[in-house]
Design a protein around this ligand. Structure first.
Ligand SMILES: Nc1ncnc2c1ncn2[C@@H]1O[C@H](COP(=O)(O)OP(=O)(O)OP(=O)(O)O)[C@@H](O)[C@H]1O
Ligand SMILES: [Mg+2]
Length: 437
């Protein structure tokens, strides 16, 4: 049924009123309606009747967003502006399926200016908010490297978003329909880790009741995320190297190699190179794993993200909480900005959780923050008691951080573990490893 042009205009006006810059696509992804705001944002008159992936993502076939649209999946992503004054401008796009009688009849595509990659302006990328130029650049690199199968090593302190980056790489890649498997190499003893990673045959060891595929096989056609890869024991490093070189896996107790097609993304909070120098990590494996190294800056190096993350976390927490926070008292924000965030984003989230639980009323006050923030405020004035112990220079950066957090938590391991976002057991294990216990 053909509509008259005036009806199209009315419809576009109504859509604009409700959705701002938006496109209505039919099920074949042809653009049927474009609001004037969408044309203004894109910087050209949106051609009705044209293909949306083509208009938004150009002719390059390997654009992940275009692919997701073409395969009929809802997407939420950041794309470079198709045209415009600066190459670095990004658009946030979000698609909502339009259904009629439970049948997909088209898509509503919402567009939003996601700011400039070089200037202020917050962007959202696969669960991560930032206004930091370095992190924005990292998101752009993730978009690019996701498309080829390069082996990525993500480095960053605890709680900086390493796992989110690994997931983003998976979701932006052509493997997105395949499995994403994550395994923490620090969490299991060597023999268990071996069988979890490589699988085992029935009877390979006591308790091996049936053939069991390992994570490498389970990640076939998808992505395997090796968290805390520096903790992989040396003998398993040799086995992993073989997998990378031969693209096959031999389960424990088996002889025949099984072909596997996996992309490996690994993460570490420490420099692998230092581990290589200490002879705890194989150099050849390091080179294999860090073909593309990505570095996530810690929160203390991107202080502009603190108010932004507070705002976004509060926005998402408010609806489900007893307390409804509307603003941060200036003193509370100052305390948050002064803090050095050893547990990074996870610690920020925990601090807000604490404020929801402890305080009342619409204003988040300094006294709603966990005790270590109050200590820090107090330490601005001349110390009444002995000054804080000078951190021992002979400790590794990680050991020093943990020692600092422990001190701040008054030696309470449970609190320290919470700040660092670690389980008590993991903290204990790390303390022992680092010679702190
Ligand atoms: N930029 C961000 N915006 C919003 N939330 C974030 C951001 N970065 C991380 N987070 C959140 O912080 C928490 C920690 O992230 P994640 O688990 O990816 O960190 P990690 O580096 O893997 O930490 P760990 O080394 O302790 O495993 C998660 O809840 C994640 O959703
Ligand atoms: Mg992690």
């Amino acid at each position: 049924m053909a509509r008259r042009p005036e009806e199209d205009l009315l419809f576009a006006a109504a859509t604009e009123h409700l959705a701002g810059a938006a496109l209505v696509l039919d099920e074949g992804l042809t653009i049927r309606v474009a609001t004037p705001q969408a044309s203004a944002l894109l910087g050209f008159d949106v051609p009705l009747g044209a293909s949306a992936p083509r208009v938004l993502c150009g002719d390059a076939r390997k654009r992940p967003v275009a692919e997701a649209l073409s395969s009929g999946k809802p997407v939420q992503a950041l794309i470079p502006r198709p045209t415009g004054p600066s190459e670095n401008r990004f658009l946030k796009i979000r698609t909502l399926p339009l259904q009629l009688h439970e049948k997909l009849v088209g898509w509503l595509l919402l567009l939003e200016d996601a700011g400039n990659a070089d200037e202020g302006g917050a962007v959202f990328f696969h669960g991560m908010w930032t206004q930091d130029p370095r992190l924005k650049e990292l998101f752009r690199i993730v978009e690019k490297v996701a498309q080829d199968d390069g082996t990525v090593l993500v480095r960053g302190e605890t709680g900086t978003g390493k796992e989110l980056v690994a997931r983003a790489l998976h979701l932006q890649s052509s493997r997105r329909d395949g499995p994403f498997r994550a395994i923490n190499c620090a969490a299991l003893p060597a023999n268990l880790l071996e069988s979890e990673l490589f699988g085992h045959l029935k009877g390979a060891f006591t308790g091996a009741h049936k053939d069991t595929p390992g994570y490498i096989q389970l990640a076939h056609r998808g992505t395997l995320f090796l968290d805390e890869v520096a903790e992989l024991p040396l003998e398993l490093q040799a086995k992993l190297l073989r997998v990378l070189e031969t693209r096959t896996v031999i389960p424990v107790g088996a002889r025949e190699p099984i072909p596997v097609d996996v992309r490996i993304v690994s993460a570490t909070h420490q420099a692998l190179r230092a581990e290589v120098e200490a002879k705890r990590f194989r150099a050849d494996l390091m080179y294999r794993l860090r073909v593309i190294p990505l570095f996530l800056p810690p929160l203390r190096e991107r202080p502009g993200d603190i108010p932004l993350l507070c705002e976004k976390f509060i926005e998402s927490m408010n609806p489900s909480r007893r307390r409804h926070i509307e603003h941060l008292a200036p003193g509370a924000l100052a305390a948050l900005e002064r803090h050095d965030w050893p547990g990074n984003i996870r610690e920020l989230r925990n601090a807000l959780e604490y404020a929801y639980a402890i305080g009342d009323g619409p204003t988040l006050l300094p006294r709603d923050l966990p005790p270590e923030f109050l200590d820090e405020q107090a330490s601005d004035s001349p110390p009444l008691v002995a000054p804080r112990a000078v951190p021992d220079e002979s400790l590794s950066p990680e050991a020093r951080r943990i020692a600092e957090v422990l001190e701040r938590a008054g030696g309470n391991r449970e609190r320290a573990a919470k700040i660092l976002g670690l389980s008590r057991v993991t903290l204990w294990r790390k303390m022992r490893q680092l010679g702190l216990a």
